[in-house]
Design a protein around this ligand. Structure first.
Ligand code: ADP
Ligand code: MG
Length: 921
């Protein structure tokens, strides 16, 4: 025979087989059987056992309710899901088996506990559905952030039946990252070849969680939308996007399972994800796009742990984030990762900053008040799902009221100048929901964490007041009883007290025990004291417990009604939170602009990019005051009055990479609607940014450095449009010099070639250590050279000036840098000597004299003749451009590369026979 509790446990466990069941027993969540073994292993807590029936002992491991969040966080982080089974009634009120129910299932995408979340980052749960329509692949993606209520969907479609599907998967991966997806649901058959779909990429950045295929059925999706929003799929534009509709359905089904409806209506009146806004259709092409490699290269936001000295900004977001509220911080981060293409919207954001810049005192006081506004979105999420404490609800209500008060402050400040961008921005905050006001009036200033301890002000709710009066009366009787007992027994120092486990007692000193009257019953013996009970005391204690339970119930019921009303206003609350976020972010950006002399960019629809005295915000912030050297930049897609492709040369550490990145950062800032670190900037809207940094490692993914570089370069050559901005930083480094040079040149030629890109091409910055490439500027009209200036002092020591000037660098200063880096003097002297030899050898070679050079011929492979070949017909270029790199295995890629290299060598042999001999290996 098993115990009733055991049977109850097994009942719930059977309903949640793929989750760990946290079973509430008093002050603990207990786990049993395999769950207990797992939990004890994962959390490092002791595994014990518990008798649960005749001859039955089951493994047991429990965590205290008090710090359950911490343990949940560990389990969720390790990829587990946890079903939480609560006591649905006060165990004190029930003599039978306590009623229990699973109130929610916690997983990475449905977690609501602050310890499980990054305050400043989104936390979404997403579903993906793949379909094939007329031989083209469609990927539907639905992503909901239950912590904030944001619900975004998009559909990715293969451009042509024969185009490379891996590009589509790459797009999906980027999108998942932008939505902040922490849990990904896919259909059972996902990735299997049965459906005939091409295999998804090995790495979507997240381990998918399979769900039954029926969850993805469209009729179910329709029904789910009806029940959540009382509207058909067509109302959200989903009737034309069947793959997305399926994903939405599966996502809603999963979320509903995560908050199972309890049998008892009262408890679950409104615990749901009702606060989810209607699904918003996101069109990736409507935003400035980039891929993961670019994001890494530009260090926009932190992705994962990394070194870095504390206090030093490492990412652009570190520099930008001067937000006073979490709402602002999260919005700003999202805005940074999703800059706009719509000029009007960009200008609107810029207008707000400008309006705030003009009003420093207003900005100051706003910042102070915004600091007190809590995370309204996540509090609403907790309220909607029923896990908000009375303190959470009070914070939410007070935050909304404070937001309402902010609007009048802004209206007053703005009135005098007749400005209205700010007034219209904060408009949604003005309307404080009635439910919030009621909550604030109802709850005490600082509500305790639990019901039954005075959550509600006196005079608001009759049932609450009645229960409170009962408690007072009982306490009074208790006090009276104490003096009565003293009188009766003649023991003047006896005390009536209370213990959590043993309840109320009468306490005597040990030595007084013999004085205890007849009717007293001994309950507990301590070292020097004895505790008793007595009929009148028992009667009052029972009345007190009953009154306390009544109070807890009355309070809960009263708050519950208000909570339901508040969640009903979630639309207003989310709009208000959105306005606060934008206001806070605008204040932060205005503040930054004021402190560091950032300026408003001029946005236009054109192929121009013109930056005067631009700076790299992160490098500048890390440098000593005033040490950063600003630089100008001019690019133009037609190459007429400014180069389309600028080749930047200069020694190591001169500032090439910094110069490239600052251009991209300024464009991103401008298009997210922020001021920029420059004296002035004219930004022709950019649709995509590609940043490629040569020779960086991706060994973890099992791919060679060079192959990765080439894969990325291939994507760039396919994906760049005339409106794109490209940064190529030392590409071609991961292979032998000749290969690298050949590829770098071929890529540069392709990007600026008039045959493959007539009239216009992507604006491109190309930093390279291959001096040889500078000759391209003479051969191709849209290419120009620039160099980072260095100065050599008397001792031959070089000074980095970090300023960019037109023209090619004269040489690479490698030997000087080596000396400054501490290479022993002897080695440096020898290197200088070799260099002289090589350079003269080089001249000899050019003069036609044969000189024997083997590998050392690398340094000055100066073959301007090579550059003067008519570029567009170069066979290496042709072959390179036609390579289908994404469709190759690493082995095929390597052999293709060898072939290219051999071909390049053959070419060179016909031009400069002695030089080519040294290129191989
Ligand atoms: P390169 O790519 O030419 O090797 P980097 O761009 O990596 O050089 O710059 C090397 C270092 O020089 C940077 O870390 C920074 O400290 C400094 N630096 C770069 N550009 C500037 C500048 N414009 N003003 C001041 N310091 C700079
Ligand atoms: Mg560099």
């Amino acid at each position: 025979m098993t115990t009733p509790v055991r049977r109850q446990y097994l009942h719930f466990k059977a309903r949640h087989p793929d989750a760990i069941l946290f079973f509430r027993l008093g002050d603990f969540y207990e786990t049993f059987d395999e769950d207990a073994e797992l939990v004890s292993r994962e959390l490092g807590i002791t595994l014990t056992s518990k008798p649960m029936g005749a001859g039955l002992r089951v493994p047991l491991a429990g965590v205290p309710v008090r710090n359950v969040d911490h343990h949940l966080a560990r389990l969720i982080e390790r990829g587990h899901r946890v079903a939480i089974c609560e006591q649905l009634e006060d165990p004190r009120a029930s003599r039978k088996l306590v009623r229990r129910g699973v109130v929610r299932v916690v997983s990475p995408g449905t977690a609501l506990e602050p310890t499980l979340l990054e305050a400043g980052e989104p936390s979404a749960c997403a579903a993906v559905h793949v379909e094939r329509e007329r031989r083209r692949l469609r990927i539907g993606l639905a992503s909901a952030d239950v912590t904030t209520g944001r619900f975004q969907v998009c559909e990715l479609i293969q451009t042509a039946a024969d185009s490379d599907p891996s590009e589509l998967w790459e797009l999906l991966r980027d999108q998942l990252q932008r939505f902040g997806v922490r849990e990904l649901l896919v259909s059972d058959g996902f990735g299997s070849d049965e459906s005939g779909d091409p295999a998804p990429p090995p790495d979507l950045g997240i381990e998918p969680h399979p769900r039954p295929a029926r969850d993805f059925r469209r009729d179910r999706a329709e029904a789910a939308l009806q029940s959540q929003y009382s509207a058909p799929a067509a109302a959200f534009g989903l009737d034309e996007r069947p793959a997305t509709l399926s994903a939405v359905g599966a996502l809603l089904a999963y979320l509903n399972d995560a908050l199972p409806q309890l049998e008892d209506e009262l408890e679950s009146q409104y615990s749901s994800f009702r606060h989810l806004e209607a699904p918003q259709l996101v069109i990736p092409e409507a935003r400035l796009q980039w891929d993961a490699a670019t994001e890494r290269a530009l260090a926009l936001v932190d992705t994962g742990p990394g070194a870095g000295s504390p206090g030093m900004p490492r990412t652009l977001f570190d520099v930008l984030d001067r937000c006073a509220s979490v709402l602002g911080r999260r919005w700003l981060r999202a805005a940074l990762l999703s800059p706009l293409l719509d000029q009007a919207r960009i200008e609107r954001r810029l207008d707000r900053i400008e309006a705030l810049l003009r009003r420093q005192p207003l900005r100051r006081s706003l910042a102070a008040e915004l600091r007190d506004i809590p995370d309204l979105e996540r509090l609403l999420g907790r309220a909607a799902t029923g896990i908000a404490s009375p303190a959470d609800l009070a914070a939410l209500a007070r935050g909304l009221i404070a937001a309402g008060e902010l609007t009048s402050q802004i209206e007053r400040a703005v009135d005098q100048a007749g400005e209205d961008v700010l007034v219209s921005l904060v408009e949604p905050m003005r309307r404080v929901p009635e439910s919030a006001r009621l909550l604030a009036q109802t709850l005490v200033e600082r509500p305790p964490a639990e019901y039954g301890q005075g959550v509600i002000r006196a005079g608001i709710d009759a049932a609450v007041d009645r229960a409170a009066a009962r408690i007072d009366a009982a306490n009074e009787r208790l006090a009276k009883l104490e003096s009565q007992l003293r009188g009766e027994s003649g023991i003047n120092n006896l005390k009536v007290g209370y213990h959590r486990t043993f309840g109320h007692y009468i306490e005597l000193r040990r030595g007084q025990a013999r004085l205890a009257p007849e009717g007293w019953e001994r309950r507990q013996s301590l070292r020097d004291r004895e505790r008793y009970s007595e009929p009148r005391l028992r009667e009052i204690a029972e009345e007190l417990t009953a009154a306390q339970i009544a109070l807890a119930e009355a309070e809960r019921e009263c708050v519950e009604q208000l909570r339901v009303a508040l969640v009903g206003d979630s639309g207003i609350i989310l709009r208000s939170a959105g306005a606060i976020a934008r206001l806070d972010a605008a204040c932060a950006l205005a503040d930054l602009a004021a402190d560091h002399a950032w300026t408003r960019p001029q946005i236009e629809v054109s192929g121009e990019l013109e930056i005067a005295a631009g700076r790299h915000p992160v490098v500048e912030a890390a440098a000593a005051q005033g040490a950063f050297v600003p630089n100008d930049l001019q690019l133009s897609d037609d190459g007429l009055h400014a180069p389309q492709l600028l080749l930047v040369t200069g020694p190591n550490m001169a500032g090439k990479s910094t110069y490239l990145r600052q251009a991209a950062l300024i464009v991103i800032l401008a298009q997210m609607g922020a001021y920029v670190p420059a004296e002035s900037a004219r930004i022709g809207l950019v649709d995509r940014i590609f940043a490629r940094v040569g020779a960086h490692d991706d060994l973890a993914a099992g791919r060679s450095t060079f192959l990765v570089e080439m894969l990325e370069t291939a994507r760039l050559l396919h994906g760049a449009t005339d409106r794109s901005l490209i940064l190529l930083d030392e590409i071609g480094r991961g292979t032998s010099t000749w290969d690298g040079l050949a590829i770098a040149q071929a890529v540069a030629e392709e990007l600026a070639s008039e045959s493959s890109r007539p009239r216009r091409g992507p604006r491109t910055l190309f930093a390279t250590h291959f001096h040889e490439l500078t000759a391209l500027a003479g051969a191709m009209p849209r290419i120009a050279n620039a160099a980072v200036e260095v100065e050599e002092d008397e001792q031959g020591k070089i000074q980095f000036l970090h300023s960019i000037r037109p023209g090619a660098a004269d040489r690479s200063y490698g030997v000087q840098v080596a000396a400054q880096a501490g290479i022993p003097a002897g080695v440096v002297a020898r290197a200088a000597e070799l260099l002289r030899e090589l350079e003269s050898g080089d001249r000899n070679a050019r003069a036609g004299k044969r000189s024997r050079r083997s590998l050392s011929g690398r340094r000055s492979a100066a073959t301007p003749q090579l550059m003067l070949m008519p570029p567009p017909t170069h066979p290496v270029l042709q072959d390179l451009a036609e390579l289908d790199i994404d469709g190759m295995t690493p082995l095929e890629a390597i052999s293709a590369l060898y072939a290219l290299r051999d071909q390049a060598q053959r070419e060179l042999r016909t031009i400069a026979p002695d030089v080519a001999a040294g290129g191989g290996s």
